[in-house]
Design a protein around this ligand. Sequence first.
Ligand SMILES: C[S@@+](CC[C@H](N)C(=O)[O-])C[C@H]1O[C@@H](n2cnc3c(N)ncnc32)[C@H](O)[C@@H]1O
Length: 366
Amino acid sequence: MRPQTVQEMASAAEVIRRNLDGHSNTVYVNTRRLTHINMTAFNCIAEILSSACKADRQRKIVIVTSSVIAWSAPLFKTLASDEPNLLVEIYDSAFYPGQTFVEDESFIPILRTQTKMTWRHEREILGRHGLRDGLAIADICCGIGDFATLIKRHFNPTRLLALDHSRKSLEYARRVAADFGLTSIEYTYGDASQMLLADNQFDFVTCRHSLQIFDRPDVLLRELYRICKPGGRVYITNEKNSHCLGEPHSESIRWTYDQVARLFSHFDMDVEMGPKSRRLLTDAGFDAIQVETFMVTNLDGDPRDFANMIEAWENVYAGQMAVRRGDPPDFIRRFRQGFKDHVLAALHPKGYAGWPIWAASGRKPY
Ligand SMILES: C[S@@+](CC[C@H](N)C(=O)[O-])C[C@H]1O[C@@H](n2cnc3c(N)ncnc32)[C@H](O)[C@@H]1O
């Protein structure tokens, strides 16, 4: 909204006025896609909202903004400070149930060790799913950016955008990129379920371990599809946590990972999503779907890496999530024991420990 004169706003102003007049109780004004505004437009909207507030003090008007658009909430909040029945809601401050866990700093060690473990496999797998040198690539829900850094180094993309909604993870990612002198990765703060990116821009779109933590994976997939070029591919990875395994102490390990799946589901996250990838991609409209599984194990490299990953899981899953759910101490003790047994299996000279992952991709039809 960048009109030169207020007359240019006439028809938009009329729509807003008509809708406000037509509703009582609570009216929501959604500004999540309003990326740019000039003072002419803002003053015009402000005047309409203020008059509507004064005309009916019983009616609440809620402006829905997004933290992704930096100017939006502060500007509307200034306006709301003068009108008791005008409220501002930042839609993405609590927009999916597991948000506080995955956007927290304590998640960083998990993401670091996970990517270190999975890259050995994915480096080969990605080629089978169509990744090659010289493509425009987007890594959506990029976390701390380690995967983007690896893509940059090994696949020399023409463009590489990495988007996430965790400010802490993005700060970390930018720091790492600066330390390694990588200047061309476009780290972007954004909401993957409503991205401010144009349609049909990327040849290859990745979204790893993230559909499973969002309560509306279909919405995310729709966005991944939208930004992918026709003929391009969207690549996703997801887990099935209850299939994590280890020897010795397989029973204790199995019990704990069954509980992990239930714990995540309590927070509306589906860490059993891996085998559902084919259905999800099909329902989202992709064709030429490919699905494969791989098992990250303690034999892949240094078993200590595997053990570090499990310890990081234990810290967040037992130390934070189970506590938040209100689990009793006896449960948490048993829950922790399965992680400890998984670590033991990883470090045992005759032990075996595994973490299965589903990698899948689909082509956006021409
Ligand atoms: C389990 S982590 C995976 C991160 C990374 N892909 C990796 O494999 O290391 C999930 C990530 O999704 C991000 N995320 C979740 N919902 C998001 C959304 N709606 N928009 C952008 N990022 C989101 C979280 O901040 C977190 O960094």
